[in-house]
Every structure is written in C-alpha cells, then in structure tokens.
Write a protein that binds this ligand. Structure first.
Ligand SMILES: Cc1cc2nc3c(=O)[nH]c(=O)nc-3n(C[C@H](O)[C@H](O)[C@H](O)COP(=O)(O)O)c2cc1C
Length: 169
C-alpha cells in the first residue's frame, strides 16, 4: 500500500495504456475499495458500468473519439442518478458532487493498485445515453479509462502554489 502523500502525487491522467487485459477480479477489488466514498445524506446516487467487451468499448469510444482513449482495455462509465441525490433547500442537487468523490476514490485506489486512469468529461453524453440505452435518470458524468500504463514515466505535477488559492480568515 502506498503512503497517501505519495499516492496523490503518483496519480496522474494517463493517456497511453498497455494492451495488457485487466482481470474482472481486479476491477471488482477496485470498486470494493472505492465504494466507501462519502455522499450527501449517504444517498450514493450513482451507477457504474464496467465497459470491457469489444462491443461496449466500441460504443463508448464513439462518444469520445481519441486515439489514446482507445488504448484503454476497460472504461468505467460513471452515471449520476439525480432523483436519488440530496437536494439542498436552495435547489442545488448534489449528484455530480457525489459522483466526483466516487471518481476520485476510484482514481486514487487504481493508482494504489499500480493501475492508471484519466478523468474524461469531454464526451458526447447524448451518444452514450443512446448507445447504452440509459434511463433518463442515469446521466453519464465521468468516463474513467482504466489499465496498466504503457510507460513508467510519471509526469511532473503542475499546480498553483497553495498560497495562491488559500486565504486564511
Ligand atoms: C472534471 C475533470 C474533467 C476532465 N476531463 C478530461 C477530458 O475530457 N479529457 C482529458 O484528456 N483529460 C481530462 N481531465 C484530466 C485533466 O486534464 C487533468 O486532471 C489535469 O490536467 C491535471 O493533470 P493530472 O490529472 O495528470 O494531475 C479531466 C479532469 C477532471 C478533474
């Protein structure tokens, strides 16, 4: 197990995957770890599709047509169920926030297992809904390609310094 401070630094957006297949048991282990993610009122307003069949991958790739994305042997399609999520008194629905926490747990847990991921939100949501016949209350929010990274190189983290965005009151 990786020290948490190391883990957050070795997790990066991988855009080049090796063709090594990922066993279903590995994906199950990853999901078991990440499913402890918190959510508002513990509503867990999400549905996860593990896309690994040739047919499923062809469908998901139509919604995000990038050469690098097609190298991932597995794609997790994370969908939000808005009707099941907590809504604050002012009307703000928390489904996307909950889903983002789940996604973050998945990316960190994958890195801890020596796997790589990349958050992808720039996809065509309508294509996914149509290709996978998703319910109206099952909105794709994040695609997470998952696999063994093709190289061991971990890119340098480019971040603002903490003092640039923190204000102590
Ligand atoms: C909400 C969100 C959406 C993103 N969408 C995409 C995307 O559609 N395509 C992509 O290549 N990277 C996407 N990224 C990855 C970011 O570009 C990346 O996280 C950022 O540049 C920091 O790099 P790092 O993840 O390697 O630390 C997304 C990241 C987040 C958090």
């Amino acid at each position: 197990m990786t020290d948490f401070k190391d883990l957050v630094q070795i997790r990066y957006s991988c855009r080049n995957y090796s063709p090594i297949a990922i066993d279903n048991s590995i994906v199950e282990q990853l999901l078991e770890t990440a499913h402890f993610a918190p959510s508002a009122t513990n509503a867990q307003p999400w549905k996860v599709f593990v896309v690994s069949s040739p047919d499923g991958l062809a469908k998901v790739r139509k919604a995000y047509n990038r050469e690098w994305f097609a190298t991932a042997p597995v794609v997790l399609m994370l969908c939000a169920q808005t009707s099941k999520a907590w809504t604050r008194a002012d009307g703000k629905n928390h489904a996307d926030i909950d889903l983002a926490i789940l996604a973050d747990h998945l990316t960190l847990a994958a890195s801890d297992m020596g796997l790589a991921t990349c958050w992808v939100c720039n996809f065509d949501a309508a294509v996914l809904s149509q290709n996978f016949n998703l319910d109206a209350d099952c909105k794709p929010v994040v695609l997470l390609p998952l696999g063994v990274p093709a190289t061991d190189d971990i890119p340098e983290k480019k971040r603002k310094s903490v003092s640039e965005f923190v204000e102590w009151l």
